[in-house]
Design a protein around this ligand. Structure first.
Ligand code: HEC
Ligand code: HEC
Ligand code: HEC
Ligand code: HEC
Ligand code: HEC
Ligand code: HEC
Ligand code: HEC
Ligand code: HEC
Ligand code: HEC
Ligand code: HEC
Ligand code: HEC
Ligand code: HEC
Ligand code: HEC
Length: 438
């Protein structure tokens, strides 16, 4: 930092070559700034008030008739005889306390505020680390060196010499944006606190002056979610994307909890509106089309959610399911493999060979769920007969089921006390719950 050199005009004159000439007697009443002497002092774009008035002696006090001057008061005191020295404020900028001339030219300059550099940013960076502006993505006002739009160069009641506290600072310019994003019913807590929780006010390595990828940013406070997603055996593409959190969540606020971009099913169907390749290579069907074409939505979907069954961030189970569900068409019967269905449905529906109450899928008391599902080796999984998202038939029965590359027909017909099937597996059979004997 540059400290005020307590100096005299003589020393300064010597330094600038005046001493080489013979000492002259000058008339203290005459103007100091003439075509011959100190020319152009008032030719700057921003000229100091007293200089413009030719009032050199308010600062330079002649000792006598010779070109000699009394020592000037130290900077702050000199300037302080006409100006505020800002020392009332809680936080005083260190160079201001030291010397006004660290930044100002006492006579004038071509930079607004009589600054000693060609622009404001350059001034600040004579002392501050330029690193704050080295991020690839820069904030408009900082990039053009308009530092004093946010910082008071002298002193402030706020930390970091800021002109306003917290979000009020950003609200100087982003008025509409802030009104918009805080109008939703759910406002993200760190947004209420301080925009700078996430955005660097000067520059950052990622778009929107973010300090890292969106995922890294969110992980600062949601470590649990990110860690679970990272460790999940079955991952979900958009969550693994470095900026993926904002494909589903709005970072500032939303009218849909928890900060979702849209109602959940619309959100998911925004991507699942076409066949997609799963990570295991399977072709995932166009879920939007399936739902549009079939009115019989499964209960939890009708209630608006996919997360009744799926973990959007990834999980331990096949197809991001919240609980176990067999991956294949055939599976050994083991109730815990059907934990998903059995969190909402009768867990013993396929347990007993004969029943009059566990299920309606029976012929007399012969449990047909048991018959199809409960096998040590090749039990049919629920998908053999049910489509759990939506289907045109009652009881979420399918018209057909993918069997290898064949759409194996089911041929289900519901009757009052049972039904009939004419599937690709066997000849037509009917069942009747009222049948007696087994
Ligand atoms: C507001 C106070 C103030 C006024 C008014 C003022 N000066 Fe100065 N002047 C200074 C200070 C302070 C310095 C020392 C600057 C430094 O140390 O860099 C200085 C330095 C100088 C110098 C030597 C260095 C240089 O910048 O060339 C000259 C010559 C000078 N002043 C002439 C004048 C003349 C002529 C006037 C009137 C037209 C004038 N000053 C009005 C404060 C003032
Ligand atoms: C004798 C009184 C006096 C002294 C001493 C004085 N100033 Fe000033 N200063 C003024 C006046 C008058 C103005 C013009 C105010 C206006 O235009 O509203 C001014 C304006 C300024 C401005 C604003 C210029 C602009 O373009 O907006 C700065 C910066 C400034 N002075 C800095 C200083 C510094 C630094 C010192 C000490 C080296 C100092 N002043 C000493 C009277 C003084
Ligand atoms: C760290 C650099 C720095 C120091 C030190 C500094 N100033 Fe300033 N000053 C500025 C900047 C930057 C501006 C604003 C220029 C602009 O944006 O118009 C400014 C503006 C001013 C202004 C005009 C606008 C206003 O705020 O009224 C005055 C007067 C002023 N300074 C006086 C002083 C005085 C007196 C001191 C010493 C007590 C001082 N400054 C010390 C950087 C500084
Ligand atoms: C002459 C050197 C110098 C100049 C020029 C200068 N500063 Fe400073 N600034 C300092 C020093 C020294 C500190 C105190 C550093 C500290 O406490 O770590 C400081 C502190 C700050 C702080 C507060 C940092 C904190 O941790 O509280 C901010 C903000 C700041 N300056 C902004 C600016 C801006 C904006 C400008 C340009 C208008 C500027 N500075 C120009 C020397 C300077
Ligand atoms: C849009 C408002 C804004 C602009 C423009 C701006 N700053 Fe800042 N600056 C801030 C905020 C907010 C902080 C406090 C950040 C924090 O606490 O993490 C800050 C902090 C700082 C600090 C302290 C850094 C630290 O790590 O503590 C310095 C130095 C600084 N700014 C310098 C500048 C300089 C130089 C410029 C102009 C090139 C500038 N600022 C432009 C808002 C701004
Ligand atoms: C002086 C006015 C001003 C202030 C104060 C201000 N900004 Fe900005 N901000 C801008 C401008 C101008 C842009 C560029 C707009 C554009 O390019 O469309 C911008 C853009 C942004 C962007 C988007 C960058 C991008 O790449 O699209 C973010 C994020 C941002 N500002 C955050 C903040 C935060 C956080 C604060 C408070 C610390 C703040 N701003 C304070 C003027 C301001
Ligand atoms: C929890 C972190 C977080 C907080 C806090 C935050 N933002 Fe953002 N902001 C983001 C993310 C992430 C993006 C990028 C969104 C995207 O790419 O879709 C963003 C984008 C922006 C944009 C660019 C326009 C847009 O909608 O994409 C602006 C402007 C902005 N934020 C301003 C602000 C302001 C002003 C505040 C304080 C009121 C604030 N932000 C608080 C994370 C945050
Ligand atoms: C600075 C810390 C911080 C950062 C960074 C942050 N959050 Fe938050 N987030 C919170 C806090 C605090 C809450 C409120 C938690 C509560 O009320 O229990 C919250 C709540 C949420 C909620 C709502 C949770 C609920 O149960 O309603 C979601 C969703 C969320 N954040 C997503 C994100 C995303 C996505 C990102 C990255 C763009 C992010 N957060 C970045 C601190 C943060
Ligand atoms: C931004 C686009 C996008 C959104 C939004 C989206 N997905 Fe996905 N989803 C994909 C992609 C791409 C895949 C392909 C496999 C992968 O990369 O994980 C996928 C795969 C899946 C899978 C199969 C996973 C597997 O590998 O077994 C399920 C199930 C799934 N998504 C359900 C959902 C649900 C439920 C939602 C809403 C909470 C949703 N998706 C929202 C893009 C999206
Ligand atoms: C495919 C869409 C999607 C993506 C991508 C996504 N989320 Fe979520 N997130 C949701 C849905 C839907 C919910 C609400 C349902 C639930 O909690 O199971 C949710 C809930 C949350 C919650 C609140 C509940 C909880 O589990 O704590 C947080 C926090 C959260 N997400 C953070 C994140 C973060 C951080 C990322 C990025 C790593 C992310 N999300 C990526 C869809 C998504
Ligand atoms: C009642 C539970 C449940 C609900 C609610 C649910 N799913 Fe599923 N989802 C499943 C099951 C079970 C599978 C595995 C189906 C199979 O492999 O036979 C699956 C598979 C998927 C697949 C992979 C499809 C394929 O062709 O393999 C996608 C994509 C999917 N679901 C998206 C969604 C979306 C989007 C929603 C919300 C609109 C949703 N799911 C709601 C249970 C559910
Ligand atoms: C989150 C709870 C939930 C889960 C998990 C769930 N279901 Fe359902 N299921 C319901 C509700 C609620 C109904 C009643 C509304 C309806 O007909 O869709 C229902 C109805 C059914 C029906 C039709 C019953 C009737 O009386 O018409 C069948 C079949 C069915 N579910 C099969 C399954 C299968 C297979 C699974 C496992 C892949 C499963 N469900 C997982 C909640 C769930
Ligand atoms: C071989 C075909 C088939 C298989 C495999 C199958 N179901 Fe069913 N399921 C049916 C039929 C047919 C009905 C309709 C019974 C009726 O109401 O006439 C039905 C009815 C249901 C119902 C309605 C309540 C009831 O029991 O009547 C639920 C819930 C249900 N099944 C769940 C499952 C679950 C969970 C699985 C896998 C563990 C499964 N189903 C496997 C054919 C099947």
């Amino acid at each position: 930092m540059r400290f005020l050199s307590i100096t005299t005009m003589i020393l300064l004159a010597a330094a600038s070559g005046f001493a080489a000439r013979a000492p002259r007697t000058i008339d203290p009443e005459a103007s100091c700034s003439t075509a011959e002497c100190h020319a152009g002092m008032d030719g700057k774009q921003y000229v100091h008030g007293p200089v413009a008035m030719g009032e050199c002696q308010v600062c330079h006090d002649p000792k006598g008739k010779k070109h000699e001057f009394k020592e000037m008061a130290p900077g702050v005191e000199l300037c302080g005889s006409c100006h505020d020295t800002y020392d009332q404020e809680a936080n005083l900028h260190m160079p201001v306390q030291d010397d006004c001339l660290n930044c100002h030219d006492p006579h004038g300059s071509n930079t607004k505020g009589m600054l000693i550099t060609d622009n404001q940013g350059e001034l600040c960076f004579t002392c501050h680390d330029q690193g704050i502006m080295e991020g690839k993505y820069q904030h408009g006002p900082a990039a053009v060196g308009a530092c004093t739009i946010c910082h008071n160069p002298h002193a402030s009641a706020q930390e970091k010499l800021l002109l306003a506290a917290g979000n009020d600072l950003c609200a100087i310019c982003h008025t509409d944006f802030i009104a918009d994003m805080t109008s939703g019913s759910f406002v993200h807590k760190p947004v209420k606190e301080n925009c700078a929780n996430c955005h660097n006010p000067h520059s950052g390595p990622r778009p929107k002056m973010l300090p890292g990828t969106v995922r890294e940013l969110c992980a600062k406070c949601h470590q649990d979610v990110v860690q679970r997603a990272t460790e999940a055996a079955v991952g979900h593409g958009p969550v693994e994307d470095p900026d993926g959190c904002v494909k589903c969540h709005l970072p500032h606020g939303s009218s849909v909890a928890p900060l979702l971009k849209a109602e959940e099913s619309a959100l998911c169907l925004g991507c699942h509106d076409k066949p997609i390749k799963a990570t295991d290579g399977a072709d995932l069907q166009n879920m939007k089309k399936l739902l549009e074409e079939n009115e019989g939505w499964h209960g939890p979907l009708r209630e608006g959610g996919c997360s009744g069954c799926h973990s959007p961030h990834g999980g331990a189970h096949f197809r991001l399911l919240k609980e176990a569900y067999p991956a294949k068409f055939y599976s050994p019967y083991e109730p815990k493999n059907y934990a998903l269905c059995f969190t909402c449905h009768e867990p013993t529906m396929a347990k007993e060979q004969y029943t009059k109450r566990l299920t309606g899928f029976r012929d007399g008391d012969q449990n047909l769920h048991f018959l199809h599902v409960n096998k040590a080796e090749r039990g049919r999984t629920c998908r053999a007969c049910h489509e759990v998202h939506a289907s045109p038939l009652p009881r979420h029965l399918r018209e057909s089921v993918p069997y290898g590359n064949w759409a194996l027909p089911i041929g289900f017909n519901k009757t009052e006390n049972g039904g009939s099937c004419q599937p690709g597996c066997h000849a037509e059979v009917t069942y009747d719950r009222n049948k007696t004997g087994s």
